[in-house]
Design a protein around this ligand. Sequence first.
Ligand SMILES: NC(=O)c1ccc[n+]([C@@H]2O[C@H](COP(=O)([O-])OP(=O)(O)OC[C@H]3O[C@@H](n4cnc5c(N)ncnc54)[C@H](O)[C@@H]3O)[C@@H](O)[C@H]2O)c1
Ligand SMILES: O=P(O)(O)OC[C@H](O)CO
Length: 427
Amino acid sequence: MLHSPRALRLRSRSPARRRFSFSLHSLSFPFKMATSKAQPESNSRVLILGAGNFGSCLAEHLGDSDHRVFLWAREQSVVEHFNATRKHLKYLPSHTFSSNVSAVGPALPDAAFINSMDVLLFAIPTQFLRDNLTKLQPALSDKTKLPLLIFVNKGIEIGTDALTLEIIADTCGADVAKAATFISGPSFAKEIVLRRPTSVSVVSFTEAEADKTAALFHQPHFRCYTGSDPVGVELSGALKNVYAIAAGKCILYTRTADEFMASSMLLTSPKNTVIITRGLAEMTCIGTAYGASPLTFLGLAGVGDLFLTCSSSSSRNYTVGYRLGQGETLETIIATLGSVAEGVSTAKSVRNLVTQLGVQAPIAERVYEVLYEGACGRVVHFAGVNDVPGKSTGDAVAELMALPPSREIELATIGRPAEKLLHRLGM
Ligand SMILES: NC(=O)c1ccc[n+]([C@@H]2O[C@H](COP(=O)([O-])OP(=O)(O)OC[C@H]3O[C@@H](n4cnc5c(N)ncnc54)[C@H](O)[C@@H]3O)[C@@H](O)[C@H]2O)c1
Ligand SMILES: O=P(O)(O)OC[C@H](O)CO
């Protein structure tokens, strides 16, 4: 029997958790900051910016919990079709959305509309966030009346190598960045709509904002665990996408003559155990050097999401790797994927970060080289023998295999990027 989602949600809600297990670099931050308006338990007015896979799914999730949800879509046809049929033209096309979800757009909502919201949820791919926040900034200028600000994108901005926290600080100021909350973790959009059990990390520099976000989202099939390391959670979500491309790409080698080499390196059982384990080590090294807590990478947003994304053909990033392995070009894959795979752009920033931080991340570097310097999925017949100029997937594997022995994990806590960021935020 299906209980009413709201009844279940209210019944299962645990007392607000007040104790955070970790503060960035074990510091506590006794600063004054803007926090959002008090949130009602239900009937919040929520504007979701970005009506793609995830924005649409989260609209349904919150609509399910008795909130009044507005979904901003950039396409007139999506807005009209949604409001006429309660169906989305592109994502979940056969699903009928809750009656308390409606679409707005295609223009960005104006300041009066924004100011009537309790919650703004950004489900826009990372590369487009700066532009949209710049346009919305005037509506967010009164720091005493900020809505709850939630970000679910998982990527790093190319060109600047900025985390979302920095993009928010650049466009809307330090107070808004400090109040922002980030949701990340193993969560496929469609599975949330199907009410499959999902658990996520919900983090903010401002504990009260993370608590409000958790209360807003928490349902029996959607558990929220709060935390205070947005830098680590952001890096986790962005980096796991790069390793998912590597994991998808492994499939190539089951059918080629260099199977032996690949299988000894990558295709143990389960197939991508080594990618996941070494990927986690690389993520933790990069994150710790950046200034995040190594523990964050052991959480839902870290190993949890890495494991899911590296193991599932439902993942767009894994699919990119898989299709590269089938011999398709990156251009064709991007043009036909129908949805964003953040790892493709994030691989560029990760390469810069790895160089800047001086850490070892050979898998991430090989992913970059295969995506941008190589044959993009052209099948090579023998490892190390390339049939086209540039880095092939076979060469990448051969290089990884040929690395000298090294320590399994070595964490350097340089922490300069995070320190710089905290300083900018006045923390
Ligand atoms: N799909 C998932 O299961 C999932 C889960 C967790 C996190 N995420 C993250 O959420 C973010 C969005 O993912 P998605 O799956 O919804 O992607 P998507 O490709 O399905 O949708 C992207 C949306 O962004 C919109 N968009 C494109 N260009 C834009 C611009 N210039 N300005 C504003 N909007 C623009 C598109 O119209 C579309 O509605 C990504 O960072 C992704 O990593 C996705
Ligand atoms: O489809 P992907 O690869 O973007 O993964 C979606 C989510 O991040 C999984 O948690």
